[in-house]
Design a protein around this ligand. Structure first.
Ligand SMILES: [Zn+2]
Length: 395
């Protein structure tokens, strides 16, 4: 369930939100509606008032209105002629109407006597998002997606909260104090069209334009009235932004780490979480874990995926370790490792007769590893929970 809305402003500066009514509305046609009407002066007829609303009742709508105030050109004031107008310090309208209008009743205004109030989105660099844009402010920006949480499948499922991690050349190449990435929370109320959804399924870096997202302490959230679109080519219209080059750099883990952010970590393994450590065999032909002990052949497994017998299955392992990090003295860092890192550690650790003991990894050095911060607490001894990840790479 969704609605397609247009924000309109009249010559007096009053805003209204139009809920578009048409026989077939599609989320996938947002760009079509946008090209058709955005920035155009139109004549509207046959509107139905759904609601008169205020900032207190519709903070999301008014954060958008605030971002468009003051108007670019002088607005008309009731009871005043054009030259009497005092345009300074005009208050932001305190209310607005929510209207329903049929798409066929929006007509281009050929006369165009109304002033052009359209304010195109100011596209910020990601460094500006970190350093200039204030809290609760609507903002637009381009970024290259390098990772998302959770993973999504090609079949659109009911949308859940999702985190998109983006970067751009101003964060990667700058030596500023700004973080190297920006965490963007996509709330379920922000609709993703099919093109964006497919781009995120590919797990390959893609450039997205985030229009009218909201800045919130250290991160950005996308809610209703935020529009995401795929940008091609991989360039932003913001000046000074170049294509991000591989490999993407993450910030080193430090005491300021927040949940739902990315970081790089290195340290010495001081403990193994025995409770969560386990291993299982997978087929060395196809990688499937659907192996069954064979009845006919001793010491062999039958893979129910590729129907091959194997006596040397690959071993997969889940392993969580505790790290001592120089960058985080006195802090407990727990990290869930990826298979490749586990295999490397076990290969390098001392083994007896080819048997690996997880306790042999104690004292070994790991990193730098790219990680997703699952949780971070600063109460009663700092504790950070990480998950090793692979950043998206260009194919
Ligand atoms: Zn197999």
């Amino acid at each position: 369930d969704f609605s397609v809305c247009l924000l309109v402003q009249d010559a007096y500066g009053m805003f209204s939100e139009l809920h578009l009514q048409a026989a077939e509305l599609s989320v996938d046609h947002i760009d079509v509606y946008s090209k058709r009407w955005e920035g155009k002066t139109c004549c509207l007829t046959g509107m139905k008032i759904l609601q008169r609303t205020t900032k207190g009742r519709a903070p999301g709508l008014f954060s958008l209105i605030d971002s468009l105030w003051p108007p670019l050109v002088p607005i008309k004031v009731h009871g005043q002629s054009q030259d009497q107008q005092v345009q300074n310090n005009l208050p932001v309208p305190s209310f607005c109407y929510v209207l329903a209008v049929h798409a066929e009743e929006i007509e281009d205004d050929e006369a165009e006597e109304t002033p052009d109030l359209y304010l195109p989105p100011a596209v910020y660099t990601l460094r500006d998002i970190h350093q200039i844009v204030g809290p609760s402010q609507r903002c637009s920006f381009c970024g290259t997606v390098i990772y998302i949480r959770p993973e999504i499948s090609a079949n659109p499922a009911p949308q859940q909260e999702m985190w998109i991690f983006v970067t751009d050349s101003t964060l990667q190449e700058g030596s500023s104090a700004a973080p190297r990435t920006l965490s963007v929370c996509i709330s379920p109320s922000c609709l993703l069209d099919n093109r964006v959804h497919q781009a995120l399924c590919n797990k390959s870096p893609c450039a997205l334009l985030f229009k009218d997202a909201i800045r919130e302490n250290g991160r950005v959230i996308c809610v209703e009235r935020t529009v995401l679109s795929v940008q091609k080519p991989l360039l932003s219209s913001a000046s000074g932004v170049k294509q991000v080059s591989d490999p993407v750099q993450l910030d080193d883990l430090d005491c300021a780490a927040q949940a739902n952010s990315l970081c790089a970590v290195q340290g010495i393994i001081t403990g193994v979480n025995e409770k969560t450590a386990y291993s299982w065999p997978v087929c060395n032909e196809c990688g499937s874990n659907k192996l069954q002990r064979s009845d006919e052949k001793r010491e062999a497994y039958l893979c129910s995926q590729c129907c091959q017998y194997t006596s040397n299955p690959d071993i997969r392992m889940q392993l969580e370790v505790f790290l001592r990090c120089d960058s985080m003295p006195g802090c407990t860092v727990r990290i869930k490792l990826q298979q490749e890192t586990i295999s490397l550690l076990l290969r390098l650790s001392p083994s007896v007769d080819g048997c690996y003991e997880v306790s042999n990894v104690l004292g070994m050095k790991v990193g730098p590893l790219n990680c997703y911060v699952q949780s971070a607490s600063s109460q009663l001894g700092r504790y950070v929970e990480l998950k090793e990840i692979s950043l998206w790479k260009a194919n």
